[in-house]
Design a protein around this ligand. Structure first.
Ligand code: DAK
Length: 258
């Protein structure tokens, strides 16, 4: 499928999806979110793809929801169309791992989009923020919920109430991003991380993604039970037998995703 707001490149089991609205610092308009949903669904359905890297430009991962598109909308317009509801659901429904490679601004919906991915690798130029308060609104695609879980109440309140930006170093310290690398190495680092994932058993990879995400959805007791049952279940996979045999025989495992 041809996209106008994305550049999609599939190579060696990795789908690299680049947001591409440079004239608006990759602001998330309806078209971009619809195309992103379609690209993620296509990557999820493509047997060749085992991991996804989502990125923007050097200046901006995404500077938020498109203010020009939203400015004149009424409550009923937003509510009736359930703006961003189905799009966000589509992103988090993706079963393959998504790494956000963030350079420059990740603001408002851009920060929320990065947080919907499975982990974030940031360049040293990255700036995260939830500046919706400056527009007289609140975050609407998970910012008050996800940022609070990533960085705790105090920092989340600070970010949402003052609208200040967090640089990459602070974001790493606070646990929002998994690593920070020089801007020039961002895409290579994200692709290397994705490649590592592609070498694993894809059965285990999917179970791990579901299990970690379960920690956000349930009590600790239920989450521990879910994890333990998943662990038990994987002993029914060929990849578990192969992974353990390879370890004992001191050789590389040859996973078959079975
Ligand atoms: N929307 C539309 N256009 C944007 C944009 C945005 N969010 N951000 C930047 N642009 C456009 C600028 O208007 C400018 O276009 P022209 O004026 O040249 O036509 C172009 O990108 C370059 O931007 P600047 O000239 O401003 O570049 P600077 O380097 O000077 O500044 C900046 C970069 C990122 C600091 C600045 O552009 C900025 O403050 N941008 C706005 C950031 C922001 O407030 N983001 C939060 C948006 S609100 C909802 C769910 C979620 C949301 C809403 C509803 N529902 C469930 C209903 C989310 C809301 C948001 O994300």
């Amino acid at each position: 499928m041809a996209y106008e707001t994305l550049i999609v490149d599939i190579k060696d089991h990795i789908a690299l999806i680049r947001l591409n609205r440079p004239e608006a610092l990759n602001a998330l308009n309806n078209q971009l979110l619809t195309e992103l949903g379609a690209a993620l669904a296509a990557a999820d359905a493509n047997e060749k793809v085992r991991a996804i890297v989502l990125t923007g430009s050097e200046k901006a991962f995404a500077a938020g929801a498109d203010i020009k598109e939203m400015a004149e909308k009424s409550f009923v317009d937003m509510f009736d169309a359930d703006v961003f509801g189905p799009e966000a659901e589509g992103i988090i429904r993706t079963r393959k791992p998504i790494i956000a490679a963030v350079s420059g601004y990740a603001l408002g919906g851009g920060c929320e989009l990065a947080m919907m991915c499975d982990f974030i690798i940031a360049s040293d130029t990255a700036k995260f923020g939830q500046p919706e308060v400056n527009l007289g609104i609140v975050a609407g695609i998970g910012g008050t919920q996800r940022l609070t879980r990533f960085v705790g109440k105090s920092k989340a309140m600070d970010m949402h109430l003052t609208g200040r930006f967090m640089d990459a170093e602070e974001a790493e310290r606070a646990g929002l991003v998994s690593r920070v690398v020089p801007a020039k190495k961002l895409i290579d680092t994200a692709l290397e991380a994705a490649e590592k994932i592609t070498e694993k058993s894809q059965v285990a990879v999917k179970v791990i993604k579901e299990s970690v995400n379960r920690s956000y959805e349930t009590t600790l007791r239920e989450g521990l039970l879910f994890e333990r049952r998943m662990f038990h279940m994987l002993f029914n996979s060929e990849d578990q037998k192969e992974g353990m045999a390879a370890y004992l025989e001191k050789r590389e495992a040859q996973f078959r995703d079975r």
